[in-house]
Design a protein around this ligand. Sequence first.
Ligand SMILES: Cc1ncc(COP(=O)(O)O)c(C=O)c1O
Length: 479
Amino acid sequence: MSCLAARGNPDALLICNGYKDDEYVSLALIARTMGLNTVIVLEQEEELDIVVDASRRLGVRPVVGMRAKLRTKHAGHFGSTSGEKGKFGLNAAQILSVVAKLKTLGMLDCLQLLHFHIGSQIPTTALLGDGVGEAAQIYCELARLGAAMRVIDVGGGLGIDYDGSHSAQTDMSVAYSLEEYAAAVVAAVGRVCDRKGVAHPIICSESGRALVSHHSVLVFEAFSASAPGRIDPATGYLLDELTDDCHADYRNLMAAAVRGDFDTCALYADQLKRRCADQFKDGVLGLEHLAAVDSLCEIVARGMGAAEPPRTYHINLSVFTSLPDMWAIGQILPLHELPVHGTRGYYLGMFLGGAYQEALGGLHNLFGGPSVVRVSQSDGPHCFAVTRAAAGPSCADVLRSMQHEPEVMFEVLKQRTDGATAAALARAFGAMPYLSFDPEAAAMASGESSGMSSDSEGSAAGAAEEDDDEWEFMRGLTV
Ligand SMILES: Cc1ncc(COP(=O)(O)O)c(C=O)c1O
């Protein structure tokens, strides 16, 4: 529908694929009367009847394409719908049946396009050439059978090098450039058509992620980091209060440490911690003893050169809202630190997220969504212009999307509070969670928790030096 309103080149193809009902097909046919070059691509054999009925009713002759189910299989993460058992497209028998029906109806001239899609992120030009070659054979067969073939539509699949490895070893990269992709498609089509003596077709593609991934970057804030465990040497006396068996582990641990025997150290440390945990559960040891043993084990591990324990960084972002790709898990997207002037916040940008991420995100964790700023290239000193800014959903919006009634909730709550509290509640309902700066919350955070500094110079005043160390750690994290 959005394409109907757009005024583009009248020769441009408007490919109508996906499952279709009468309403969809009618709209596609009406669009032809408005000068749009719509091609109805059959995904299932039954769709032909819908097309034929609607075209008779509306008096519009359709241009029809077919999606072929290729035997070529893309074995990667994104290829699960490809191959003979894939759920989309027509197999050889169904293709022949559609041709026969069109011939009987005197409509074989309407069949002009062959389409296929073997999956996203096609890893190599070898696989691409194999699929395109197979499709080109079907194209030539359709021409031989009398269809007025003009176009081969190679679907999507042009890949993105998300992880920068430029290799076919991972689903997050591909081993070719745009030029190599195009050359492989053209070569495979040309080879088959020349051999069969069929005129070269117009080649079109439906690249999705390759065209739009670059148009979006998700900006989010890292707001705290877990500090490494603190070691308090003054608690050493607690180790003398351990039970005999724990004490034996402790002595063995220290002896192994003196010998420099790291493996034995790790063994005794593990045994000591497990034994202490059991005795804590039985009420024999106190919390202080557990903490002292943890400290001891950490000191020994560090003394033996063990790696620092992993740190956790908390970022204001919902992966499930803003970054899902096919299955939301396992997707790699490039992450970069963003320079932010005049603030002490730490911002990260997740790049190449403009293809599926924006549309697939779910609300299920109730985090709302980010605000959207549209930036266009322009001439001038900074070479870009912000053309639109739209705030993301507020807490009230998110509640509403889950069928709650925030206005009613607020009225009920208001009756139980005084004026100042009601105003704070109203702010909470109207707040949105992403990249919004609340000076009060930031001041409270920097006063109450070492890891919760926020993004303004104002809030920096009371922040402890420790915070700076943590921001330094975060800067070290940037890839
Ligand atoms: C029929 C069809 N064409 C094109 C695309 C776009 O694919 P890609 O983003 O890999 O280019 C898809 C994606 O699933 C598709 O199903």
